[in-house]
Design a protein around this ligand. Structure first.
Ligand SMILES: *Cc1c(COP(=O)(O)O)cnc(C)c1O
Length: 250
């Protein structure tokens, strides 16, 4: 890559970042919240470590990835480039990848079953790390209605709202793990607002039992404004920052 190309990419990312920061500030203003209550997580999946370094240079502190096999080498390369960032793992996580994820992630957003809690805890203890875990909530009401719908939606991950308290207690009671709060992806083809409102209720219930679990990870490029109006503390933004990526099946 030439210096000219890197400079062009840097200006493009700077412009996108300014746009996203302006959207966050506007949504916070409408909701009567301070803009610094919301942390921007740049989701860099399908984009190279060079982009991570450019965004870090522009002041982004938090980054997220959704697949271990992509995240692991990219984060190692970002470190070699001098990037000091907080890393968030936001994708569906297989138990057998939890050791690898614990080695680089500070926050795991996609904790949705007890086996994963046990595996993450065991790896965190042996690595001497403390991992913040969010309970991923499945906001698709249809999933609660029938097993068929649940099987269809199952690929997106997340536990049903009724199961959240038990999982939260399990995380809070596991050595090496810290319960951070909740995470969700808005249901496909449905308005995001009511779904994020449900997430906020789930988060409030969790906070009643676990006062320090204050994180609400919700909102992506298309719906971060609605998420912020429903109390999101962390927004996960890929496309609006980095541009379009080729879609692929997870
Ligand atoms: C890819 C991804 C995002 C970012 O999505 P955009 O629409 O590109 O902003 C957020 N959250 C998760 C879990 C993702 O996999």
């Amino acid at each position: 890559m030439t210096a000219q190309m890197a400079g062009d990419r840097r200006s493009e990312l700077a412009e996108n970042l300014a746009g996203v920061r302006a959207r966050i500030a506007a949504a916070c203003a409408v909701a009567g919240r301070a803009a610094d209550e919301v942390t921007l997580i740049a989701i860099t999946k399908m984009f190279p470590a060079a982009d991570v370094a450019l965004l870090a240079g522009l002041g982004v502190t938090d980054f997220g990835e959704n697949r271990d096999q992509e995240a692991s080498p990219k984060i190692a390369e970002a470190k070699v480039r001098g990037v000091l960032a907080r890393w968030h793992f936001v994708g569906q996580l297989q138990v057998n990848k939890s050791g690898s994820v614990v080695s680089y992630a500070d926050v795991v957003h996609s904790v949705d079953r007890r086996r994963l809690v046990r595996a993450l805890g065991a790896h965190a203890v042996s690595a001497g790390r403390l991992i913040t875990c969010l309970v991923q909530v499945n906001l698709d009401q249809a999933a609660a209605v029938g097993a068929h719908a649940q099987a269809k939606e199952g690929a997106r991950g997340g536990t049903l709202p009724a199961e959240v308290p038990g999982l939260a207690d399990a995380i809070a009671g596991t050595q090496g793990l810290v319960l951070g709060g909740v995470m969700a992806v808005a249901p496909l083809g449905r308005p995001a607002g009511p779904a994020f409102s449900l997430l906020r209720q789930v988060a409030e219930t969790m906070r009643a039992d676990h006062p320090s679990a204050t994180m609400i990870s919700a909102g992506m490029s298309g719906d971060l404004d609605e998420a912020i109006s429903e109390g999101a503390t962390h927004v996960r933004v890929g496309t609006a920052l980095l541009g379009g990526r080729q879609s692929f099946v997870r």
